[in-house]
Design a protein around this ligand. Sequence first.
Ligand code: MF3
Ligand code: CO
Ligand code: CO
Length: 273
Amino acid sequence: MGRINFGQPPVRKKQDEINIKTPEEINKMRVAGRLAADVLVMIEPFVKEGVTTNELDKICHEFMVKEQRVIPAPLNYRGFPKSICTSVNQQVCHGIPNNKPLKKGDIINIDITVIKDGFHGDTSKMFIIGGETSPLAKRLVQSSYDCMRVGIEQVKPGAMLADIGKAIQKLAKSQRFSVVQDYCGHGIGREFHEQPQVLHYYSKKAEPVELKPGMTFTIEPMINAGKHQVKRLGDEWTVVTKDRSLSSQWEHTILVTETGFEVLTLREEEQPF
Ligand code: MF3
Ligand code: CO
Ligand code: CO
């Protein structure tokens, strides 16, 4: 018999709201992650000077629906109108595909989320149009990739969620870049966005969360060449840097394993971890 609780709401810590996936669920997350990664591999040869982001959206949509038989998670998600997100130059995230042709030197993030068998896989990468861009843009794209990797490398049972953001912020700062604070990574599974929120910077306000085997979440730092502040455009989705500086982002879906982590959305072109 428990003690009578005089009208106090039960204390529910963030830690208790984080789903631990079963082995069966983890296998489904592996499948979804692989499929999301495959879309990025498939689209690569089409990401060229002159193509529009609407055309890229169409190609990805057809591939996902007809060949992979997955659901493109962004489509109609809280009213998002397209199947992928495309964020170009000073756009930070959630860019809506449109009819503007990409030009040489543009940097673009393509963000893919699929649903397969009830589970989500979420991953994004940067492309440099024409393979050449400014030295600053090149450094930024590389830096944001390194930030994602150093964040991932913190993941193991017993580590704290905050270790991820700390490591990312330290690296970005050392390269004189800034970390976006208004958007974060997220738990993922049956839901697109689950607990916990994965901050890419250090905040003493965040509740402590210990990483445990079976947790799945994304790490997806957005790194700006200028200041960290961002704003949302009138389309209700596209996020841009306030100072119009360039922004770059990479994203992987991660599983906490008994000994460390597994990158569920790893592509063959990447260095293994
Ligand atoms: N894929 C994004 C993320 O990494 C979310 C996009 S929401 C959408 O969390 F509605 F814009 F698709
Ligand atoms: Co995500
Ligand atoms: Co994403």
